[in-house]
Ligand binder design. Structure first.
Ligand code: NDP
Ligand code: BG6
Length: 464
């Protein structure tokens, strides 16, 4: 989207990739990846680790890539490397590989709203391009905004003014922006216009990393490639849908970003709503990103006539919202003492259309809870005229059939079924048909969402 569009970038490329993953030869050459906000949480926890994993897998080559961190915090190259090292030294990563990768990183400190720092950044990138003896026209500059949205416009202006790829013969400059895209409709539209005036749509990538998660990618396949789901996936059979995000840690120094946005804008409006759209949408005519996007949009807006639109998601009722803030949130020094910002929210969304009328979609998100989990629970209606009630171990109706898709941790999907308790007695019990990825796909390393997304931005692929 960008200038005038309405789609999210990760909706612009193929997070649902219909073509095989292969490197386009015209996309080789000197690559500079600039992480703006390099001192922050996203950068250390996700962006640098994803870049490292791509490096380990050979998607980023040390003879063509250089990585620049940029932020206001005054630290040295080594300080930044030390900050991120422990996030890279995980799993099978060897310490030499980590050190090699860290040597590709250069840090530049500067403000977000003055030219000085960006001129310095440009100088460093140009030096790298010269050092790599970049063929004229082939240098690529990827700017990744791991920053609060409030600074996107000014940062984009500075990039445009100071840091664009200099060649007129080829190569590119691309901008990746994170969710949340503004704070409300007005600010989102304003942001869209401001960035759209600076960059062409193909240069802009808006990321929602939940779309890159393996089991979110799987939703389309599950829903539309399995015959037995087709007749069940509707209001006649489904009682409710729960989409849940829990984290077992708090803001931990991210108050500068989080307190301005809160849990609804941080998680529900983007990550959980994207998942809801994939669960609720109709079958797209093809796997083209635009077709998938169109179906997702129809969950939220539909044309009722040539001139009128309606919004299938009904206004949320006050009594169907719960907000909360965890104890100790305000102790974080980056959070204002009197903050009212919610860190927990439950909202019930109701979709007024033929498939979903009457089925509540319960979205829950919270920080600093007792566990870390993200899952989708599809709860089916009770069996009418249950003849097994008396045989149930529970002495009442068995639990409902449920289909659970666990996005993390330990990716899995399982179906809860009522079965006969093995043995001579006739009694029933709940059990599961379990597809745990860790057991079923032992040889496969499931990629982190950001690996997929960053790779796609490098190769200009669109997602939905
Ligand atoms: P942080 O609070 O860690 O902010 C990132 C950096 O931005 C900080 O290190 C700081 O750098 C600068 N910064 C912070 N607040 C402000 C401010 N008010 N004005 C200007 N600069 C500021 O946030 P995150 O890294 O967690 O999040 C950044 C973006 O990434 C957000 O849009 C978030 O939604 C998104 N995101 C975050 C994820 C995560 O796991 N953390 C995952 C997915 C998306 P300095 O002061 O050095 O300039
Ligand atoms: C980000 C939020 O979008 O997602 C963070 O800004 C949150 O607050 C993070 O911690 C969670 O991502 P994941 O992939 O760890 O579930």
């Amino acid at each position: 989207m960008g200038s005038g569009g309405g789609q999210w970038i990760v909706e612009k490329r193929s997070s649902f990739r219909s073509e095989p993953l292969e490197v386009n030869v015209s996309e080789t050459g000197c690559l500079s990846i600039v992480v703006l906000g390099a001192s922050g949480d996203l950068a250390k926890k996700k962006t640098f680790p994803a870049l490292f994993n791509l490096y380990r897998q050979g998607f980023l080559q040390s003879n063509e890539v250089h990585i620049f961190g940029y932020a206001r915090t005054k630290i040295s190259d080594d300080d930044l490397r030390n900050r991120i090292r422990s996030y890279l030294e995980k799993g099978s990563a060897k310490s030499e590989e980590v050190s090699e990768f860290l040597q590709l990183i250069k840090y530049v400190s500067g403000s977000y709203d003055t030219e000085e720092g960006f001129r310095m950044l440009d100088k460093e990138i140009s030096l790298h391009e010269e050092f790599r003896n970049s063929t004229e026209g082939s240098s690529r500059r990827l700017f990744y905004l791991a920053l609060p949205p409030s600074v996107y416009p000014v940062v984009c202006r500075m990039i445009k003014l100071c840091c664009m790829n200099k060649s007129h013969l080829g190569g590119w400059t691309r901008i990746v922006v994170e969710k949340p895209f503004g704070k409300d409709l007005d600010s989102a539209e304003k942001l869209s216009n401001q960035i759209g005036e600076l960059f062409e749509e193909p240069q802009l990538y808006r990321i929602d990393h939940y779309l890159g998660k393996e089991l979110v990618q799987n939703l389309l396949v599950l829903r539309f490639a399995n015959r037995f789901f087709l007749p069940l996936w509707n209001r006649d059979n489904i009682d409710n849908v729960q989409i849940v995000f829990r984290e077992d840690f708090g803001t931990e120094g991210r108050g500068g970003y989080f307190d301005e946005y809160g849990i609804i804008r941080d998680i529900i409006q983007n990550h959980l709503l994207q998942v809801l759209c994939l669960v609720a949408m109709e079958k797209p005519v093809s796997l083209k990103p635009e077709h998938i996007r169109d179906e997702k949009v129809k969950v939220r807006v539909s044309n009722t006539s040539l001139t009128h639109f309606s919004f299938p998601i009904m206004p949320i009722k006050d009594e169907e919202v719960v907000l909360g803030q965890y104890n100790g949130y305000r102790d974080d020094p980056t959070v204002p003492d009197h903050s009212n910002t919610p860190t927990f929210a439950t909202v019930v969304l109701r979709i007024h259309n033929e498939r979903w009328e009457g089925v509540p979609f319960i979205l829950k998100a919270g920080k600093a809870l007792n566990s870390r989990k993200a899952e989708i629970r599809i709860q089916f209606k009770d069996v009418p005229g249950d003849i097994f009630r008396l045989f149930s171990c529970l002495g009442k109706n068995q639990g409902r059939n449920e289909f659970v898709i666990r996005l993390q941790p330990s990716e899995a999907m399982y179906m809860k079924l009522t079965v006969k308790q093995p043995g001579l007695e006739m009694s029933t019990v709940q059990s599961e048909l379990d597809l745990s990825y860790g057991q079923r796909y032992q040889q496969v390393t499931i990629p982190e969402a950001y690996e997929r997304l960053i790779l796609d931005t490098n190769y200009g692929r669109l997602q939905s």
